[in-house]
Design a protein around this ligand. Structure first.
Ligand code: NAD
Ligand code: ZN
Length: 364
């Protein structure tokens, strides 16, 4: 449960939740109908299961094109107008069935439709199950940058069906795993130990291990969001690795060259190396982070990103554009060790530049 007073909600995590969706959602309904926003890929794989699971609850659905490009004004306005044409009212429920793109877009649509209707997240990627479906950040991208338009709008319920992850391509699964590793690194050393031992079997498909990893990740996110719903302070810890990640995503054009969670994994490794160079943590910490990512077959350094990258100064400039800049100083999430992250307000630019130069020099 995410305890947020009047906005509290449950996150249910398990196998076969899609097949039970009707029973899970029924208590929220004032009339027995729902409007579903999804993408074309997910619709082809899982929309029929959801329809079956809803039983006698009437369902209407709109499938948008799959991919990050959907998260902008054109598809957003199409979705909002469709919800209105389907006569979705204040008492109704909108369902987001998909990854983070659909969850962010549908959540924002629900936030502004008739000044706010309730919505249910049914996340279908690992990234969405452990991260984007929980916490109430919704929104779309602008030509000026990612996630610049949005609202805080908490879901009324989250249904994370571990079984739907079976159809997720391996690369997308490992990208989501980047966020899972982030939770261990930022606040739970025992969970990171557990991932070192169980990560490979989890990636191969073990449902029990997947369920534990999703549950622990969601618990950590829920506790942080409860303390700081609108990111005045502690919630920034969830941005571990993300200052580097956003610069790298911008540099690679948000393309298939680097998926978000891949950038997070590389960013976490760099954040630990930066912490070590600043004398905050032992050399063992960044080495362990990289060793685990390598054991998982994941990218863990700038050398693993294909194609050209800009030089260290250009990357630094991209970091300075990131939201996490306070009064012109670089704000980073650093760590005193594995599981011990903190928000650092004023990080010396020269150390970051040297770190980036060294990492870039290792590229083939
Ligand atoms: P995504 O929604 O684009 O999904 C990735 C791909 O997987 C898509 O092609 C999708 O069609 C496909 N897919 C989804 N579920 C599938 C399944 N079960 N089987 C097969 N294919 C499936 O991307 P994502 O990685 O889930 O989310 C990334 C987005 O999330 C970004 O826009 C990011 O900004 C956002 N995000 C938001 C938050 C937040 O707090 N709101 C947090 C992190 C990320
Ligand atoms: Zn992220």
């Amino acid at each position: 449960r995410v305890e947020l007073g009047a906005r509290a909600y449950d996150v249910r995590i398990g196998q076969g939740l899609l097949a039970r969706a009707g029973a899970e959602i029924a208590p929220l309904l004032k009339r027995r109908r729902v409007a579903v926003l999804t993408d074309e890929t997910v619709a082809g794989l899982h929309l029929d299961s959801l329809r079956d699971g809803l039983g006698d609850i009437a369902m209407t659905a709109l499938a948008l094109p799959a991919g990050e490009a959907t998260k902008g004004w054109p598809q957003f306005s199409r979705a909002v107008d469709w919800l209105l044409s389907e006569k979705v009212e204040r008492r109704d429920i909108v369902i987001a069935l998909g990854g983070g793109v659909i969850g962010d877009l549908a959540g924002f649509a629900a936030a502004i439709l008739r000044r706010g209707v309730r919505f249910v997240q049914i996340p279908t990627t690992l990234l969405a199950q452990v991260d984007s479906s929980v916490g109430g950040k919704t929104g779309i991208n602008s030509v000026h940058g990612k996630n610049l338009i949005g609202a805080f709008h908490q879901p009324a319920l989250v249904l994370a069906d571990i079984g739907v992850l079976d159809t997720l391509p391996g690369r997308d699964f490992l990208s989501g795993y980047g966020e899972v590793v982030k939770y261990g690194l930022l606040g739970d050393a025992a969970f990171f130990d557990w991932l070192e031992g169980n990560g490979p079997a989890l990636a191969r498909g073990d449902a029990g291990l997947r369920q534990h990893a999703v549950r622990r990740s969601v618990e950590m996110k829920a506790r942080i969001v409860e303390r700081d719903e609108t990111e005045e302070g502690d919630r920034a810890l969830l941005n571990l690795g993300h200052t580097f990640c956003h610069a790298l995503e911008t540099a690679t054009g948000y393309s298939a060259r680097l998926l978000h969670g891949e950038g997070v994994a590389i960013g976490c490794a760099l954040a630990f190396e930066l912490s070590q160079r600043l004398g905050l943590c032992a050399q063992e910490a960044p080495s362990r982070v990289r060793a685990h990512l390598r054991a998982m077959g994941m990218k863990c350094d700038l050398a693993d990103i294909p194609g050209d990258l800009p030089d260290a100064d250009a990357l630094l400039a991209l970091m300075a554009q990131d939201k996490k800049v306070l009064d012109g100083k670089l704000r980073f999430i650093l760590a005193r060790g594995i599981g011990e992250a903190f928000v650092a307000g004023d990080v010396d630019t020269a150390t970051v530049r040297a770190l980036l130069q060294d990492a870039l020099s290792m590229r083939p």
